[in-house]
Design a protein. Structure first.
Length: 256
């Protein structure tokens, strides 16, 4: 699963990178090197512009809340559990199938975090986990496949500009243990539930592969040791999560 990632790009850089037609932002988000569920995140999606008789879709950059709230939900707190959608069942699950059919998006990221067990044990006798930050070696943008939904808050008035809540989820799939071999982590497969799906510039879906080029995995370090916004303090550990990189492809084409 994907439970933490980093996002530090300026909106104007994302507009250029993803060839966005219309930024739909009230204000820019602050750089966040520990994006967690329920936080606001950037998303690239395609929607018809308002006010046109026969509108054609335009590519937009929006701010969404991470944790998808289905349109039929009675309580928005359900989104706290809807941070990931399995690619194998996303077209069937009631919470995701409508969004999968009509509301797909891309979630830009600098990289993401994974926790791997070490030989050290906690007081409870369980393996202590080491966080690793996984990112492109060229420090390019990762584009995570996602879905979004628009939930209407029944407690707000019709003219309330905040009556609609825009939320999203990250699509994940089965993980392979190639990165574990690169890092020498024998328990990798046992402790992994899934990996994020990434999109390349040709619109193809990727996950972990045997090719270690292009992606770096490095131990995470406390914020005070980060330099220039970069997470991680060593280049010793390397791996590849999926061949993902920056993407300029429409969100509606990220599955084939």
């Amino acid at each position: 699963m994907c439970g933490r990632y980093a996002s530090s790009r300026r909106p104007e850089d994302l507009v250029e990178e993803f060839e966005v037609d219309q930024p739909m932002l009230e204000t820019a988000l602050e750089p966040d090197y520990n994006v967690a569920p329920t936080k606001d995140v950037y998303a690239v999606l395609e929607r018809p512009p308002k006010g046109e008789e026969r509108p054609t879709a335009e590519r937009q950059l929006r701010v969404l809340q991470w944790g998808l709230v289905p349109s039929w939900a009675k309580d928005p707190s359900i989104g706290n559990r809807m941070i990931n959608a399995r690619a194998e069942t996303v077209a069937e699950k009631p919470a995701y199938k409508r969004a999968f059919a009509k509301r797909r998006c891309l979630l830009p990221a600098d990289g993401y975090f994974e926790w791997y067990p070490t030989e050290q044990l906690t007081k409870a006798g369980k393996p202590r986990k080491q966080p690793f930050f996984i990112r492109p070696k060229d420090q390019g943008v990762l584009a995570m496949a996602g879905l979004y939904e628009i939930w209407r808050d029944p407690t707000r008035d019709e003219d309330d500009p905040h009556r609609f809540r825009w939320t999203c989820t990250v699509i994940t799939t089965d993980a392979e243990d190639d990165l574990a071999a690169e890092l020498g982590l024998e328990l990798f497969q046992r402790h992994r539930d899934g990996d994020s799906v990434f999109i390349d510039k040709e619109g193809n879906r990727h996950r972990f592969t045997g090719n270690p080029r292009g992606i770096r995995a490095e131990p995470d370090v406390p914020p005070r040791h980060r330099r220039g916004g970069e997470v991680g303090g060593t280049r010793a550990a390397r791996g590849r999560p999926c061949g993902g990189c920056s993407s300029r492809d429409p969100a509606t084409r990220h599955h084939r």
